[in-house]
Ligand binder design. Structure first.
Ligand code: ADP
Length: 632
């Protein structure tokens, strides 16, 4: 019998399991029971649509068999079983690819504890307690039985096996006890019972074990009872799904445990949301907001969706129709008595009832988030750190259709202080006579604060929102206004901070210098559409502002998108501080030294680009000009 090798990733994982110092080795039982339950689900589900499956619902069971003499623990099920190919495919390869990519990021820092905790590595976890494992399986409807066995990372064998019915038997040959670890505890009835009720109580199929107890022997005298041992086939789990229990009977810890197990997270959820309705559409939803974003959340790999149950039977693992994109981070399940069991994916898309459930859940999630924002700011900040970007995408998506739902859920940094603000809070602090909501966009908060125009606006006593994410400005553009107040980029030409007199004076000054500006513009070329004086710079000599819908920050974002080589550009204006000595110097040069003015124009333009976070178009020319000026 040829020994086969594990695929590389599987081997690494297996090594990790075998040498594991993970303290919660007991979770292997939960993993195996979960697999058994899934296998029964699959067969049961098939039986609903396939008349050839000859099983009654009450026939299904998961069985635990501890054998002290042989030092084995067997977990068996009469579910769908595996063919030879499936045995090899499923147990020779780790399904959760990507877990290692993740680990590489912080190489060296993580321990095996992290990876086990984070990815709930399923079947392989049994190697934490076993020196070897045998899996005997027979696929439903097949005459063949196959057996997989392995004592670790050096490979596995697949050979013919024997089994009467269909299903799978996982036989763990437990490791010898050591001073630190007593693996024999997994042969102990009481310990197994406790583990089942801790981790697998809600499993829908009965988990049975032969339990030996003592009882009073029949007919023995009442005053001097005699005892006898007897064995009963006990069901260890209560089988009531956690979402069907009255809420008062479920502790936070139980919800968290359920969540971690079902949704393979290593952290407790930030928030548990329950929704139970009866009437028009009758369903229970149990939803979780994770405490941090999964490693692939902001990638294409991430699949949104809720589990869909029909009266306790799982009919779909990820029903994406139940969640809008802006709440794609929510995990959980919906159990409805009215959904037909053999509903197909195509039908789901048009299912009115499903749509109305989805709508109700969307509102419920939004309400809960709002409540969190109002009552527990700190928690909300944690939430927003993980998923805020998604909400902002939501504002932007579908031409702003989700505005009403989302606009009060987003936070922005602001000049008001360290605490990010909502738009509502911003508006409540607006100065008397202020009509617009100011924002400055840059790569970071500190860069935004340093933008000359931002500084000037803050100095005038207005609050400025600091936008630091690519999506921010697009989201605000889509919102257009909040509470009747329009958003305005501090760098746009629409900002006016002066009094009427100041404005008139500036206008006059600009008209007088039209020739100067025309000359400067000619030196700079297409980079700007105009040059002019401004009084909105408080001390700084120059800046670039934009006219029209596209700002320089948006230009940068759009430029990063694929296929953007000849992309959209902001209409840029070079603004020169009318109150800065450079203004009179330029006027003088226009009269006395046009050559030098030409150099200065190009240098000022480069400097202004740098301030805006844009790159210099011709760095070596800039260096030449700079040194030329220095030499005089
Ligand atoms: P996961 O359960 O997360 O997919 P596992 O490593 O635990 O990962 O299992 C890998 C695969 O092996 C499962 O997806 C399933 O197809 C198969 N499998 C495991 N245990 C059983 C079982 N008891 N019956 C049928 N198939 C099983």
């Amino acid at each position: 019998m040829a020994k086969k090798q594990f695929k590389t990733e599987s081997k690494k994982l297996l090594d990790m399991m075998i040498n594991s110092i993970y303290t919660h080795k007991e979770i292997f039982l939960r993993e195996l029971i979960s697999n058994a339950s899934d296998a029964i689900d699959k067969l049961y589900f098939r039986s609903l649509t396939d008349g050839n499956v000859n099983m009654n619902r009450s026939d299904y069971e998961i069985r635990l068999t501890p054998d002290k003499a042989a030092r084995t623990l067997t977990v068996s099920d009469n579910g769908i079983g595996m063919t030879r190919a499936e045995l090899e495919e499923n147990l020779g390869t780790i399904a959760k690819s990507g877990s290692f990519d993740f680990k590489k990021e912080g190489e060296g820092k993580e321990t095996d504890v992290d990876i086990i905790g984070q990815f709930g590595v399923g079947f392989y976890s049994a190697f934490m307690v076993s020196e070897s494992i045998t899996v005997v399986s027979r696929a439903y409807g097949s005459d063949e039985c196959w057996q997989w066995r392995s004592s670790g990372a050096d490979g596995y064998y697949v050979e013919e096996g024997v089994m009467d019915g269909h299903g799978t038997r996982v036989i763990l040959h437990l490791r010898p006890d050591t001073d630190e670890e007593k693996y024999s505890e997994f042969l102990d009835e009481y310990r197994l019972r406790a583990l089942v009720s801790k981790y697998s109580d809600y499993v829908r199929w009965p988990i049975r074990m032969l339990v030996t107890s003592e009882r009073i022997k029949e007919g023995s005298p009442e005053d001097k009872p005699e005892y006898e041992e007897y064995t009963e086939d006990a069901t260890l789990n209560r089988m009531v799904p956690i979402w069907k229990k009255p809420q008062s009977e479920v502790t936070d810890e139980e919800y968290a445990e359920f969540y971690r197990d079902r949704f393979r997270d290593y952290e407790a959820p930030l928030k548990v949301i329950r929704q139970k309705t009866e009437g028009l559409s009758d369903y229970t939803a149990l939803l979780f907001i994770p405490a941090s974003a999964p490693y692939n959340y902001y990638t294409r790999d991430y699949e949104k969706g809720l589990m869909l149950y029909s009266s306790g039977v799982m009919i779909m693992e990820k029903c994406k129709e139940l969640l809008p994109d802006h709440f794609s981070f929510v995990r959980g399940l919906v159990d409805s008595a009215d959904l037909s069991l053999n509903i197909s994916r195509e039908m789901l898309q048009h299912d009115r009832q499903l749509k109305s459930i989805a709508k109700a859940l969307e509102n419920k999630i939004a309400d809960e988030l709002k409540k969190m924002l109002e009552t527990d700011r700190e928690k909300y900040r944690t939430f927003f750190k993980a998923f805020g970007t998604q909400l902002k995408y939501g504002l932007y998506a579908d031409y702003g259709a989700h505005k009403a739902l989302l606009q009060d859920l987003v936070l922005f940094d602001s000049s008001n202080g360290e605490e990010p603000t909502t738009l509502k809070e911003y508006v409540s602090r607006m100065k008397e006579g202020q009509t617009q909501i100011y924002y400055a966009a840059a790569e970071s908060r500190s860069q935004a604060e340093l933008l000359p125009r931002a500084e000037a606006v803050v100095k005038k006593g207005y609050e400025v929102l600091y936008l630091t994410e690519d999506v921010d400005e697009f989201a605000l553009m889509m919102l257009h206004e909040y509470d009747g107040k329009h958003f305005i980029n501090v760098n746009s030409d629409g900002v006016d901070l002066g009094t009427e007199d100041e404005k008139n004076a500036l206008k006059l000054e600009n008209e007088k210098s039209a020739d100067l500006f025309a000359f400067m513009k000619e030196q700079i070329g297409d980079g700007v559409s105009a040059v002019r004086f401004t009084n909105t710079l408080s001390g700084h000599p120059v800046c670039i502002t934009s006219e029209g819908a596209v700002s320089t920050e948006m230009e940068k974002t759009l430029g990063r998108m694929p296929g953007a080589e000849n992309g959209i550009k902001a209409e840029k204006v070079l603004e020169i501080n009318a109150d800065h000595p450079i203004a009179s110097k330029l006027k003088l040069l226009f009269v006395e030294d046009k050559d030098k003015l030409a150099d200065c124009s190009r240098l000022l333009y480069s400097a202004a680009r740098l301030i805006s976070g844009l790159s210099i178009e011709n760095p070596s020319e800039t260096a030449d000009l700079l040194t030329k000026l220095m030499i005089g």
